[in-house]
Design a protein around this ligand. Sequence first.
Ligand code: MG
Length: 224
Amino acid sequence: MKKIEVIQNVLEANETIARRNQQLLDKHKVFVINIMSAPGAGKTSLILQTLKRLKDRLNIAVVEGDVASTVDAEKVQSEAKAVVQINTRNMPESCSLMAAMIESALKDMPLDNIDLILIENVGNLICPAEFALGEHKRVVISSLPEGDDKPTKYPLIFVDADAVIINKMDLLPHVDFDITAFRRSITGLNPEVEVFQISCKTGDGIEKWCSWILEQAKASAARQ
Ligand code: MG
């Protein structure tokens, strides 16, 4: 019973900071996307493709969350306006970014000169679903080699997603992945969700994803 109370308090404290983050971001007109997936699904690749296509239209910053290393931050460094690496290694909640970590990261960013922040969450389909960061949109990437059963096994992260990206479409001839069944599982959990089929390797579908970002950022700015 006591353990449940502790978890509840952690989640409530996180929500409070997440709301504060979003107020700060709205004040500076910064649109934020929280990108979540299992390890290796293509979060960094998607961020790189997005930077390539949108960096001339938007000032984009990236927050890299990892248990350890700066490998991903180094990859995106040359394309982004600003990059902040967060390593969760010494924290008990190392399986996800938390709102307080984003609050610290925002302090290091020139928010008035940024239009979009892409947050790469820690590779995990469980914890990131629980912790709001102050983002405007939540995106989950699934890739074909992971199999089509992930929405059934880890429903929460799909229920709360604004968009689901199916990555590594170029591998379709080589793997057993039933796209129709996968899409049916997702829309069963979350009828409103946007679904994009892409390949970060070939670039297929990236254009459509980037158009969605531009539309969503515009709609969010209009609401403020
Ligand atoms: Mg990565």
